[in-house]
Design a binder for this molecule. Structure first.
Ligand code: SAH
Ligand code: SF4
Ligand code: F3S
Length: 441
């Protein structure tokens, strides 16, 4: 759609994983650097960037309903629309054909070009860039200046694992690690800008590898140890890790590095070895549980999290029961669970034995009931304990604050505090999704 005046305000809407949230922040910084400002809450923006997710069908379809809504609400003053993220990468041409209101389509490895693509759109030229150059993007992004107390830092991108259900290897490309030096300076900038906690991100974050300034080879554990030396950085987390890339060093880091928080997100997907094989997961239920034991031995209070898919093609009732047994054996502090969604172009989409929707619904309900039970139990087990909470924002009530425990639980409390403080609380009540505490004296 031809636009005559350059956009003054922008809104970036990110869907999907934390890496998309990180990318969304970087795109916003890029637009701000070009003199645009973020549209206020409830205000119409001149430019809307839909930073999309392709992981399941529902997520991918959302982009078209969002575009429709923007066009309808805007009338003849509809905003300039840019589609970024994994749907842009996977369906760029289709978006251009299906949605004439979209001016820019830009993939996750090309978004540093957003400003120039917007300038082209101003000339009436719609454009698509879904190239995947290895490291051009990060070098072209502006320095980090303003962040909250808990910040994301993408250290690794892409995936070489090719699980048979998953689009990520296609939308994000091959595994790459950002160099240690640039990560150290980005971490320093984040801390300088106010971050007290950094979560290291990657589609397979523990596949990160690099070398320190003296050329010594480092894995993710080495990176964590180096970042822990930044005095004002108080907490380090990482996500998402893959069972096959877990090293002894990473497990030991949970014992050796006090700033590394006692939390592990390690997706397993299924408790059935036949299903895991069909998923191309290359770990078994037993090898996964054995890994968890090693983490627990290093850090006995570690909180465990995972991802699950129910209704993978051919999954029988008995195989689903094996997933429930694995859940019962683990006692997750939290977890994500999804109905299998066939994705175009992935091997599993063409497999026999697609599971009917109502069977998936029933399995998901049962799995989520089990996971919710364990999450509540985990939270209740924290009652009466003292814990350090990183204050992230104000709560809804006057004087109330919200923060995170070391085990990534949301905790609220009232009293004197400021964003970015670490306060010691005694935990007094626990619900399924949050806890409340009082200042410990
Ligand atoms: N790299 C991470 C996960 C990335 S995607 C890992 O392997 O652990 C996040 C989660 O989405 C996956 O762990 C999986 O549980 C889920 N997922 C991926 N593809 C899916 C599909 N086609 N249908 C349903 N859930 C899916
Ligand atoms: Fe997808 Fe598997 Fe790669 Fe995770 S490891 S991103 S689930 S292909
Ligand atoms: Fe979605 Fe892409 Fe992340 S598909 S989950 S936004 S890597």
């Amino acid at each position: 759609m031809p636009v005559t005046t350059p956009p003054q305000t922008y809104r970036v809407k990110s869907f999907g994983c934390q890496m998309n949230v990180y990318d969304g922040e970087r795109m916003a910084e890029l637009l701000a650097e070009r003199g645009m400002s973020a549209a206020g809450e409830g205000e119409d923006a001149d430019l809307v960037v839909l930073n999309t997710c392709h992981i399941r069908e529902k997520a991918a379809e959302k982009v078209y309903s969002d575009i429709g809504r923007l066009v309808k609400a805007g009338g003849d003053k509809a905003p300039l629309i840019a589609v970024a993220g994994c749907v842009a990468q996977a369906e760029g041409e289709e978006i251009m054909a299906r949605a004439p209101a979209v001016s820019v389509v830009v993939g996750p490895q090309a978004y540093h070009r957003l400003p120039e693509m917007i300038a082209e759109a101003m000339q009436g030229r719609r454009s698509t860039d879904t190239e995947m150059p290895a490291d051009a993007k990060f070098a072209a992004l502006p320095a980090r200046r303003r962040v909250g107390p808990s910040a994301f830092l993408t250290v690794q991108e892409g995936c070489d694992k090719f699980c048979t259900y998953c689009v990520v290897p296609y939308t994000r490309g091959a595994e790459i690690s950002r160099p240690f030096k640039v990560l150290l300076s980005e971490a320093e900038a984040l801390v300088e800008a106010g971050a007290r906690e950094i979560t290291l991100l990657g589609q397979n974050v523990n596949a990160w590898s690099g070398a320190d300034v003296r050329g010594r080879a480092l894995g993710l554990d080495g990176l964590i140890e180096e970042l822990a030396k930044l005095p004002d950085l108080l907490r380090i987390r990482y996500t998402t890790s893959h069972p096959n890339d877990v090293t002894e060093g990473l497990i030991e880091a949970h014992a050796a590095v006090p700033k590394l928080m006692p939390f592990l997100h390690l997706p397993v997907q299924s408790g059935s070895n036949r299903v895991l094989k069909a998923m191309n997961r290359s770990h078994s239920a037993e090898s996964y549980l054995a890994l968890l034991e090693r983490f627990r031995a290093a850090r006995p209070d570690i909180a465990l999290s995972g991802d699950f898919i129910v209704g993978f093609p051919g999954e029988t009732d008995a195989e689903f029961e094996e997933t429930l047994s694995l859940v019962a054996a683990t006692g997750y502090a939290q977890a994500y669970s999804f109905k299998y969604s066939p994705r175009p172009g992935t091997p599993a989409a063409d497999m026999d034995g697609q599971v009917p929707a109502e069977v998936m619904d029933e399995r998901l309900q049962r799995l989520q009931a089990a996971l919710n039970r364990d999450q509540l139990a985990f939270n209740q087990a924290s009652l009466g304990k003292r814990c350090d909470v990183l204050v992230e924002r104000r709560g809804k009530k006057p004087g109330q604050w919200l923060g995170k425990s070391p085990w990534l639980q949301s905790v609220h409390f009232t009293g004197d505090a400021a964003i970015g403080d670490i306060v010691e609380l005694r935990l007094e009540s626990a619900g399924p999704n949050s806890l409340s505490g009082v200042r410990a004296v």
